[in-house]
Design a binder for this molecule. Structure first.
Ligand SMILES: NC(=O)c1ccc[n+]([C@@H]2O[C@H](COP(=O)([O-])OP(=O)(O)OC[C@H]3O[C@@H](n4cnc5c(N)ncnc54)[C@H](O)[C@@H]3O)[C@@H](O)[C@H]2O)c1
Length: 339
């Protein structure tokens, strides 16, 4: 059993990670600033699922602590840029492992709001690195992104590829995280593992991502925006497969100065039009399609080479896109009470 800090615990991946870690007997501490990038009620409902007695009013007025009913899970509303409170927390709790998932996510939002990304993803990340160094954390696992690969023709994307040409500031901050982590592993001996997530989806998923946006549009009878006239490919990865991969990394023993970066995807890019077909089948609704050109900052395809993670920890994604979307649409219907 380990004592694990999960940042971004009210977020999509963080919530699922906390849930799995608690089920497998770990002690978990979650932090999140509960920002309003998307509907805060979804974040609060995720916390409720984790046994946190959320007083909505308190959270929305930025009060500090939520009480919890799960004795192995504590939650604190905290921003990664609040260096002082972060240091106090690390010193008091003495975590074994830190899983840093908190970040300003979203490629498209970064096109119009680049500066927001520097605060959470660069300033926030250096605060995490420093707190890990000062408190001799045994392993820092952190979220990078497939977006570091930018626009490239050669597939699948391998960790051995050079990734020097990001096409969004979001991607640039994630690449910066990998560089900063390298310094801390090399100079201070902090073991770090970066995970390049490839389009994660599933129940409790993010409202700004295609599975959610498309499903919502279908149930509201609104047109679906289909970029690059539908000619896009994504390596969609189901949340349970991602969590299996992340916990596999957390369970591994690491040595001082270990520095690793892995792709964590499905190794099976799907055509956008097939993805739309599966959502239609799962929801029983016919989509109205609004074909649009390629968006700035977007890439034509993502396709993960996952050999390295497979060899390291036995990672093996199991969920087909069709099956995963059925799970997602099922959750969406229950959560939003639509049929
Ligand atoms: N979901 C994907 O497909 C995907 C793909 C690539 C990378 N990632 C990365 O994985 C991580 C988790 O993504 P997600 O999909 O769960 O996103 P999410 O937005 O649902 O979760 C991130 C959480 O971090 C919190 N947060 C943001 N800035 C913070 C700060 N400064 N201090 C404290 N908390 C803060 C947010 O409130 C949110 O709850 C992120 O780092 C994201 O960049 C996700």
């Amino acid at each position: 059993m380990k004592k694990i800090l999960v940042t971004g615990a009210a977020g999509f991946i963080g919530f699922h990670l906390v849930k799995r870690l608690l089920e497998t007997g770990h002690d978990v501490y979650g932090i999140d600033n509960l920002n309003a990038y998307y509907d805060v009620r979804l974040k609060l409902d995720r916390l409720r699922q984790l046994g946190i007695d959320v007083q909505e009013e308190n959270f929305l007025r930025q009060k500090e602590v939520g009480s919890n009913t799960h004795s192995h899970f504590k939650f604190l509303q905290l921003d990664l840029t609040d260096e002082h409170r972060l240091d106090v927390l690390f010193e008091k709790e003495q975590f074994d492992v830190v899983a840093n998932l908190a970040a300003q996510a979203g490629v498209r939002y970064s096109i119009d709001n680049p500066k927001v990304y520097v605060q959470s993803n660069v300033v926030g990340f250096i605060n995490i690195l420093e707190a890990c160094r000062q408190n001799n954390i045994k392993h820092l696992v952190y979220a990078s992104s497939s977006s570091v690969y930018g626009n490239r023709d050669e597939v699948p994307f391998s960790e051995n590829d050079r990734v020097d040409h990001p096409v969004s500031l979001y991607a640039a901050t994630k690449k910066s995280n990998e560089l900063m982590a390298h310094v801390y592993s090399h100079l201070y001996g902090l073991p770090t593992t970066g995970l390049r997530f490839f389009t994660v989806y599933g129940p409790w998923g993010r409202p700004d991502m295609a599975p959610f946006l498309f499903t919502k549009a279908l149930f509201e009878g609104k047109p679906i925006k289909v970029f690059n006239n539908g000619d896009l490919r994504r390596d969609f990865t189901y949340i349970d497969d991602i969590i299996q991969g992340v916990t596999g990394i957390i369970d591994k023993e690491v040595s001082q100065s270990d520095y690793r970066v892995f792709n964590i995807g499905n190794n099976n890019p799907e055509k956008l039009m097939d993805f739309i077909k599966f959502i239609q089948e799962s929801s029983g609704k016919e989509a109205k399609l609004d074909f649009l050109p390629m968006q700035a900052g977007d890439v034509f395809q993502t396709y993960a080479d996952i050999d390295q993670l497979q060899q390291y920890s036995g990672y093996k994604p199991q969920t087909s896109l069709k099956e995963g979307l059925q799970q997602f649409v099922h959750w969406y219907k229950e959560y939003y009470k639509v049929s």
